[in-house]
Write a protein of this length. Structure first.
Length: 302
């Protein structure tokens, strides 16, 4: 079945495309590892066609709504940032991309920037738009865990401010490239070790670098296994993040966006601090945001 339009979430590492039919129905979903980080500017269109070209019509044009890193300076075409405070940018601020294939009509939704302190997001703004479709009156803070965790203050349908923490990337670097790599691979998750490490980091953030090395020492001297060692590493880093993000979450209504694993870890760490926190699944949020952008485009064309 030929799609009416394509919804595209183009990240640094991966490309995800939904083939959309009438009334917002998903006809198919396709993924590849051809993220922005693997492509030069002239490779974006071929990468998209390689994934979905067989589904495009022989004649006519298919709208393609794109969010994420395809709009970065190193991406397909730069989509200038909107500036906080602002509503999540949609199709009205999108950049139209000239394509060689006449079947494609591509629009890239911009990200959001914050001047002071300097910060940026691309892709998360479309997730936020999707969240607000379901909860338009939300007034509080979204926590979006990931490689770079975002804390986003939402009020009156706008992104008021946000802050990014590189906690996930720091975890990956320490897990893979530090002396801790010998101590944290494998094993079952230890909730108590995680909770204790969160508390240690929040109460004594200045000692976290020493506590990190103690993970290795405890493995050598006390035989602490990789499960509790890994949980302690995660807890120290997330606890350090919570200490830094306290102005965002303290006294706020918080929604952690995600499911399982890392989202549950953030939820548990916040709940232990007495925060008002709930978890909402992130599945479909970006798609809801892209669908809203397409509906606006369609209405403007009528």
């Amino acid at each position: 079945m030929t799609p009416d339009w394509l919804a595209v979430d183009w990240g640094t590492s991966h490309l995800r495309v939904w083939l959309m039919g009438p009334d917002g129905a998903v006809l198919d979903q396709r993924r590849s590892d051809r993220g922005m980080g693997h492509l030069s500017r002239d490779q974006f269109e071929p990468a998209l066609l390689a994934l979905v070209g067989d589904a495009l019509p022989d004649g006519g044009t298919v709208p393609v709504i794109v969010c994420g890193m395809a709009g970065s300076r190193q991406g397909w075409a730069e989509a200038p940032y909107a500036t906080v405070p602002c509503a999540p940018p949609s199709i009205g601020a999108a950049v139209a991309v000239t394509t060689a294939d006449p079947r494609l009509s591509v629009f890239i939704v911009p990200g959001i920037k914050q001047v002071s302190p300097p910060d940026v997001m691309r892709g998360e703004e479309t997730q936020i738009a999707g969240f607000l479709v379901d909860d338009p009156g939300f007034d509080g803070v979204l926590c979006l865990p990931g490689t770079h965790c975002k804390w986003v203050h939402i009020s009156a349908g706008e992104v008021v401010s946000f802050r990014t923490f590189m906690t996930g990337e720091l975890f990956a670097l320490l897990e893979q490239a530090s002396v801790l790599r010998h101590s944290v691979k494998g094993g079952d998750w230890e909730a108590d070790a995680f909770a204790s490490a969160v508390e240690d980091a929040m109460s004594r953030p200045a000692t976290v670098a020493a506590e990190l090395f103690s993970i290795r020492a405890a493995a050598l001297l006390e035989g602490v296994g990789p499960g509790p060692s890994r949980a302690r590493l995660s807890g120290l880093l997330i606890g350090l993040e919570l200490a830094g993000a306290r102005p965002y979450w303290l006294g706020q209504d918080i929604r952690v966006v995600g499911a399982g694993g890392i989202a549950a870890a953030y939820h548990d760490a916040l709940a232990a601090q007495g925060a008002s926190v709930a978890t909402v699944t992130g599945d479909g949020m970006a798609l809801r945001g892209l669908r809203t952008a397409y509906e606006t485009l369609r209405e403007a064309a009528q």
